[in-house]
Ligand binder design. Structure first.
Ligand code: CMP
Length: 158
């Protein structure tokens, strides 16, 4: 049974992470935390998708630069599940500004630029659902459990 605080979230590795060859490293961190990746794909975002993803920032001075960056090359989009997944993934990512992100976090270890800050992670469960629907069809999200969370039944039948 899933715990009460079980959530799913949306994260994507920005084009800076993909072209720097950091996909494997970052996926490893997510897996090591025992979170479950239930969907994963490389996507070339359209301008329209990027604008929808970052809708809340539309009037911010950095909006255009951000949209340009995330459409400049492929992103690696993923749906991640687990207990308190929204905050847990944001903790792995570290603070938005890489100069404030602690060493040991993804941004703290790999980023020097607030636009090219390696990873985006949803900030609320509601935004996660909205962002997931922009990037994934429901059938692309796979339901499964890790062996450690499955109940095993043993049979004597040969
Ligand atoms: P992300 O987690 O993708 O969510 C919104 C993005 O906007 C953020 O990461 C940064 O890349 C960018 N951003 C947020 N604040 C600023 C800022 N003050 N100046 C430039 N870019 C910003």
């Amino acid at each position: 049974m899933k715990p009460q605080n079980y959530q799913r979230t949306l994260a994507f590795l920005k084009p800076d992470a993909v072209v720097r060859g950091l996909m494997g490293e970052i996926i490893t961190r997510i897996e090591r935390k025992a979170l479950l990746i239930t969907a994963l794909k490389l996507v070339q975002l359209t301008r329209e998708q990027a604008e929808r993803l970052y809708e809340v920032h539309r009037n911010k001075p950095f909006f255009e630069k951000l949209v340009q960056h995330v459409t400049s090359g492929p992103i690696l989009a993923m749906v991640i599940e687990g207990p308190n997944a929204v905050q847990t993934v944001r903790n792995l990512a570290g603070k938005t500004n890489p100069f404030e992100a602690a060493p040991g976090t993804i941004r703290g270890d790999y980023a020097l630029d607030i636009t090219k800050n390696i990873i985006h992670a949803s900030d609320t469960p509601e935004n996660a659902e909205r962002e997931i629907s922009i990037l994934f069809q429901p059938e692309e999200i796979v339901e499964y459990a890790k062996p450690t969370e499955q109940k095993f039944s043993f049979s004597n039948n040969a």
